[in-house]
Ligand binder design. Structure first.
Ligand code: 6AU
Length: 266
């Protein structure tokens, strides 16, 4: 199964250029940690990106919670991504008709397609959501530098996703011309897809807590990687609320990476 393969070998199987790049980055930098930088001031995000940058493969933003958004915030974040070698994912969770998501992706205040290597999208609208995102990009070369992660499951208790929805999401990820743009799947279990060229991104990871007060459900880094098939573990508050964020990032990186090396060894 895909979970037994190394990230290097999966880079070779990936059909999306950015998925290849991400798998190779993870392998050479030896990290499968994604930091969810869910902070509301740009300086706070830049500060944590600088402190945790050396230990992450991906930094995930929710740009619409930033209170002092500016173009210099984006250029500073990109400079940190280059310096520390991580990719940027805007967790926009697009969920509309193709024409609307195309506008939301490339226009407005944030112009997400200009700076986010990766974005997230729900599959609820059907396959046209992937076509809509691609349509916002200018030509094949631009498409190659970008990618989307489709949500096939959620970590929140009582979410409405069932097995059929999960299966159809998986199908959308791999069908036709979608394969060069879909880089991975956001999900909670190893059976949510089979194609080893896709990256499984799994949020809801925390070492010492099982839930929050608003429906989030957590699992340990080891459980996520070894039992649930996570290729990248997303950690937000587990790092953001730590007394020493850099040490927390190192700790999560070490545990997620050890779980991966264990997984491929057995
Ligand atoms: O570690 P936390 O709970 O502080 O943060 C988890 C992060 C948040 C959520 O928006 C996101 O992961 N997330 C997602 C994503 C990545 O799409 C899906 C999901 O099912 N659950 C979830 O928490 O930034």
């Amino acid at each position: 199964s895909r979970t037994k393969l190394t990230y290097e070998s999966r880079a070779n199987l990936a059909k999306s250029s950015i998925a290849k790049r991400l798998f190779n980055l993870m392998a050479t930098k030896q990290t499968n940690l994604c930091l969810a930088a869910d902070l509301t001031k740009s300086d706070e995000i830049l500060d944590i990106a600088d402190k945790c940058g050396p230990y992450i493969c991906l930094l995930k933003t929710h740009v619409d919670i930033v209170e002092d958004f500016s173009e210099s915030f984006i250029s500073n974040l990109q400079a940190l991504a280059t310096r520390h070698n991580f990719l940027i994912m805007e967790d926009r969770k697009f969920v509309d008709i193709g024409n609307t998501v195309s506008l939301q992706y490339s226009k407005g205040v944030y112009k997400i397609s200009n700076w986010a290597d990766l974005v997230t999208a729900h599959t609820l609208p059907g396959r046209s959501i992937v076509q809509g995102l691609k349509a916002a990009l200018d030509g094949e070369a631009a498409v190659k530098e970008r990618g989307v992660f489709l949500l096939a499951e959620m970590s929140s208790s009582g979410n409405l996703i069932d097995d059929k929805y999960k299966e159809s999401s998986n199908k959308i990820a791999t069908e036709g011309s979608n394969v060069d743009f879909v880089a991975g799947i956001v999900c909670q279990s190893a059976n949510c897809f089979a194609f080893p060229g896709l990256v499984q991104l799994t949020p809801g990871i925390k070492i010492d807590e099982s839930v929050d007060k608003l429906g989030q459900q957590y699992q340990s880094p080891e459980h996520a990687v070894k039992e649930r098939g996570a290729d990248i573990g997303v950690v937000g508050r587990g790092i953001l609320q730590a007394g020493n964020v850099q040490q927390a990032a190192i700790n999560y990186r070490d545990r997620l990476w050890a779980a991966y090396t264990d997984r491929i060894a057995k």
